[in-house]
Design a protein around this ligand. Structure first.
Ligand code: MG
Length: 247
């Protein structure tokens, strides 16, 4: 649902994607957007709803005092002001199937895509049960990864195929050259709903800022839900978007 200005009066919780919304991808929070978070935190409760691990997100935000939902809701951290640190309050571990089955399926997709050359491992397994399918491999050069598919035009046609192959998971076009494969029912919408239930926020009291709301994007489920959604198409425009819809 698009944000139409309605929320101003009712918003109590501002939920934010990080990469591409308030920061450049994998890049520290800049002073301009940090100041916006400071202003927002005087009036609203804030939470980051991210795709990466809580500690990585918190580190990228320079230890900013804010709650963090990580790994599409498989992990949750709450900021403890007394201790001045993020405390991990929830950490899920889900096993869907043996690793061999995943490796075999990924190899089959590579043959289909003509992408059988890669550096390092062809699949990355995370402790939570999340899987990364890096098309260039786990050890690919960062410059190669960034140059591979900046506008996603190479992964978009592959997305339905990967999604169908991993039907027991939710699949996202993630990072610069990979797919994120997440055990069901975890996604940002499920994460946000659970956070609201735990912390006592009603749906109409929430406004979400995100950049990745199209097909396969990791904010898509929230965008298509009943939550008010403020699209941010460039993290440098975040201050303006906040002024337009909230301040
Ligand atoms: Mg994003």
């Amino acid at each position: 649902m698009l944000c139409t200005g309605r929320p101003k009066q009712t918003v109590r919780l501002v939920a934010l994607d990080m990469d591409g919304t308030i920061t450049q991808h994998r890049t520290p929070l800049e002073p301009q957007n940090r100041a916006v978070l400071d202003a927002l935190s005087e009036r609203f409760h804030l939470v980051i709803v991210g795709a990466g691990a809580c500690r990585r997100i918190h580190g990228q935000l320079g230890g900013y005092p804010i709650d963090v939902i990580g790994n599409y809701g498989m992990e949750a951290g709450e900021y403890d002001r007394g201790r001045g640190e993020l405390v991990i309050v929830e950490s899920q571990k889900v096993t869907v199937e043996p690793r061999e089955a995943v490796i075999e399926r990924a190899a089959k997709l590579r043959r289909e895509f003509g992408m059988e050359t890669f550096a390092g491992e062809g699949v990355e397994f995370h402790a939570s049960g999340m899987i990364t399918f890096p098309l260039l491999g786990t050890k690919a050069d960062i410059a190669d990864k960034l140059a591979f598919d900046p506008d996603r035009s190479r992964r978009r046609p592959l997305y339905p195929v990967v999604k169908a192959a991993f039907s027991q998971y939710t699949v996202f076009i993630g990072g610069s050259s990979s797919f994120d494969i997440v055990p069901k029912p975890f996604d940002k919408l499920y994460a946000l709903e659970r956070y609201c239930a735990r912390r006592g926020f009603a749906r109409e009291e929430v406004l979400f800022f995100g950049d990745d709301y199209l097909e396969g994007g990791n904010d898509q489920q929230v965008y298509e839900s009943g939550f008010a959604f403020a699209p941010v198409d460039d993290y440098r425009a975040f201050p303006d978007r906040v002024r337009e819809v909230l301040l």
